[in-house]
Design a protein around this ligand. Sequence first.
Ligand code: NDP
Ligand SMILES: O=C(O)C1=N[C@H](C(=O)O)C[C@H](O)C1
Length: 233
Amino acid sequence: MKIALVGYGKMGKIIDEIATKRGHDVVARLKETPTAENLNNADVVIEFSLPEVAFNNIKASLENKIPVICGTTGWLEKKQEIEKMALENETAFLYGSNFSLGVNLFFALNEKLADLMKNVDEYSCQLEEIHHIHKLDAPSGTAISLAEGIFKHNPKFDAWKLDDTQGNQLGIFAIREDEVPGTHSVFYRSEVDEIEIKHTAFNRSGFALGAVVAAEWIKDKKGNFTMKDVLGL
Ligand SMILES: NC(=O)C1=CN([C@@H]2O[C@H](COP(=O)(O)OP(=O)(O)OC[C@H]3O[C@@H](n4cnc5c(N)ncnc54)[C@H](OP(=O)(O)O)[C@@H]3O)[C@@H](O)[C@H]2O)C=CC1
Ligand SMILES: O=C(O)C1=N[C@H](C(=O)O)C[C@H](O)C1
């Protein structure tokens, strides 16, 4: 399969290695807006760039009728517009806040625990994410997905708030530390104890492999998808 990498930083470079090992042909490595020319007849775009450029990159790729796997976080207020474009251009779009198999299992575990805790008033809930100091957005896309998983099951919350839990707003504490690839925890605290579930990424390989697996899966599909569709979770 011919893959165009849009964004060629920490993630783009690891995806390049993994895609090549899996027998794919990386036909573009872009640090600029995609065009019909520089996409070089790619079958699929994998987009890991910056929050402020992701929307334009995805739009340009979809307008060229190329399916897009997007891992860039911090631009989601315009996701619905993109989903409409994927349908209008009869191609496909998949956004994942986190492509690793472990985190996608963790999302499912988080929802099960949220359902179990929804009527237990003794416990307060909060989230924590720890990432490297270069990360531009806070909270992380993964922490926002975890919060949304909790909203689905626990009617006490319907919004998130950075660094503080207040009323119906679930607190997400965002910590920036050294070169941490990505650590996410969900806490339920009572006066006498604490329940914690935690996912720790040791490096970026899990994210990159998941993105390539998603690209393999989406190649001839049309519509809007998530990693749940890819992994059958
Ligand atoms: N969903 C997931 O599983 C994961 C998501 N992420 C997210 O992916 C994104 C990228 O992360 P990461 O690779 O670590 O970030 P980096 O900062 O390392 O890479 C971003 C790249 O985008 C390039 N860039 C700048 N402008 C454009 C443009 N207009 N079009 C295309 N590319 C451009 C930058 O170029 P230059 O070097 O010249 O600045 C750089 O190479 C972030 O939003 C991060 O949160 C990260 C890991 C996992
Ligand atoms: O910026 C990162 O590095 C990461 N970003 C994603 C996020 O915002 O959740 C995924 C992963 O945690 C690494």
